[in-house]
Design a protein around this ligand. Structure first.
Ligand SMILES: *Cc1c(COP(=O)(O)O)cnc(C)c1O
Length: 466
């Protein structure tokens, strides 16, 4: 083990050096991957030197998500104290189903869940767990909503046409989960949004009325706190009123934006969260813990047990249900996803987590200010109080620009669309970044276009005509 840890340290040292020199990994064409990188497995063992060379190559050819040039996804950066927790979880290799096997790690996980539930305004008898990602957290919400609709469903399956409602801007896991849970993709209704991509409660009410008139069974609404593209927040209070009127379960998908509950300044964006029946939040997006770290909460823990517990005498041999969280999980063996969040939280304090969130909004403000200061070059698509900053530059197709920046190893940034518009989506999910990094992002992008008139004739023609 000791030699392997030394090897680990030396490979990590190479990686950190390489990240400084090449913030974006050299582009590796997918069709050349097996040719260029030594990926094949062999019958014979490898000697240590060749082994190290091979792994180091694999590591350094892998896209870099922790550098200041990575804005491609809703995660990024590397928080040292969180990585430390993750590495320790790997060393300990517990499974988080019983107190017998998890020991104080079970209490550590509960300490996190308790604090976050309190911030969300959930009662003391809430239920909570860590799921393998936001998509799975959303599925837990859907399963509970389905099971609450009628007590026979768990035993007899879905027999009615049950309908779920979500906004047109919500995450694609909602229809996927509808297929998984026996609801069916065609029984997901997409509610219209306003100009900022927020669900329209009146349209929701109208769709529910129509389904009721047609004899269907509306059972849940999925509201989004931080939509994947625009980063907008559905109006939870108004949606909750519609849910109460029709007796529907309300799940709030806060995978992306739910962490605003840590911030006094921005938690108004999830006003009414305490009215929901379940909600989820990812610490691996805006808070920078390593993947995956997804928290799921049910307002009433009895319902969590109803949907997820199964007796297993070979497993649950000691202690109370509260200390055996296997009974509220979709998994059997469950890795310790909580420790990395706990080590981070312990190190920076609750105020430090608030600072992370506030800083990301401040970075977004900085980017918006810059874009708005250059209306002749930039078309701006988003709005204040979102950490996604969406724009186009000099009329260049976002897809073309993002692909070229990636292939030429300059920047990793993605594009998205809303309505008929497609645009670059610059996301502020790496709190290690400073405003200088954001300035460099724009400087790099602009120089990239400037230096390539043959690739971007559209940008250069418009410049000449001025
Ligand atoms: C990222 C995201 C998810 C999915 O979370 P994973 O952890 O990637 O499964 C769900 N909903 C929203 C709004 C998201 O942004």
């Amino acid at each position: 083990m000791k030699t392997d840890l030394e090897l680990f340290s030396s490979i990590v040292a190479e990686l950190l050096k390489d990240e400084k020199e090449h913030p974006v990994a050299q582009h590796l064409k997918a069709e050349k991957m097996f040719e260029i990188v030594d990926l094949d497995l062999s019958d014979e063992p490898m000697n240590e030197d060749a082994f190290k060379t091979s792994i180091t190559e694999l590591v350094t050819r892998t896209p870099k998500t922790a550098t200041p040039a990575f804005f491609n996804q809703l995660f990024g950066g590397r928080k040292g104290k969180a990585v430390l927790g993750e590495l320790l979880a790997v060393m300990l290799n517990n499974s988080m189903y019983t107190y017998k096997v998890g020991g104080p790690m079970i209490g550590m996980e509960q300490a996190i869940l308790k604090e976050v539930a309190k911030m969300a305004g959930y009662p003391e008898d809430f239920g909570g767990t860590f799921a393998p990602g936001g998509s799975m957290s959303n599925m837990m919400g859907m399963i509970m909503a389905r099971d609450r609709y009628h007590e026979d469903i768990r035993m007899q399956g879905v027999t009615k046409r049950m309908i779920a409602y979500t906004s047109a801007e919500s995450h694609y896991s909602v229809p996927k989960n509808a297929a998984f849970t026996g609801i069916g993709r065609e029984n997901v209704r997409y509610v219209n949004t306003d100009e900022q991509g927020r669900m329209l409660p009146q349209h929701l009410d109208q769709l529910i009325q129509e389904d009721l008139e047609n004899g269907h069974a509306p059972f849940m609404v999925n509201a989004t706190a931080g939509t994947t593209v625009l980063g907008s927040f559905d109006p939870i209070e108004e949606i909750s009123a519609v849910c109460k009127k029709h007796k529907l379960w309300l799940h709030v998908d806060g995978a992306y934006g739910g962490t605003v509950i840590f911030s006094d300044k921005y938690k108004y964006l999830v006003k009414g969260l305490e009215l929901s029946d379940s909600f989820s939040v990812n610490a691996h997006k805006t808070l920078g813990t390593p993947l995956s770290c997804s928290l799921f909460f049910a307002k009433d823990k009895r319902f969590l047990y109803d949907s997820f517990s199964s007796e297993a005498s070979y497993l649950y041999q000691t202690d109370e249900d509260d200390l055996n969280p296997g009974k509220t999980s979709i998994q059997c063996g469950r890795r310790n996803d909580a420790l990395k969040f706990w080590t981070l939280w312990k190190a920076v304090g609750t105020n430090g987590l608030a600072d992370i969130v506030d800083h990301e909004f401040a970075l977004a403000d900085h980017a918006r200010e810059y874009i708005r200061s250059k209306p002749e070059d930039y078309t701006f698509y988003s709005f204040d109080n979102s950490i996604a900053v969406c724009f186009n530059y000099k009329g260049i197709s976002a897809k073309k620009l993002c692909t070229a920046l990636f292939e030429q190893a300059e920047l990793m940034v993605g594009y998205g669309s809303f309505g008929d518009d497609e645009f670059v989506r610059l996301v502020m999910v790496n709190s290690e970044n400073s405003t200088e990094v954001i300035d460099q992002f724009f400087a790099k992008l602009e120089a990239f276009v400037e230096e390539r008139p043959e690739l971007f004739p559209e940008a250069h023609e418009s410049a000449n005509s001025h």
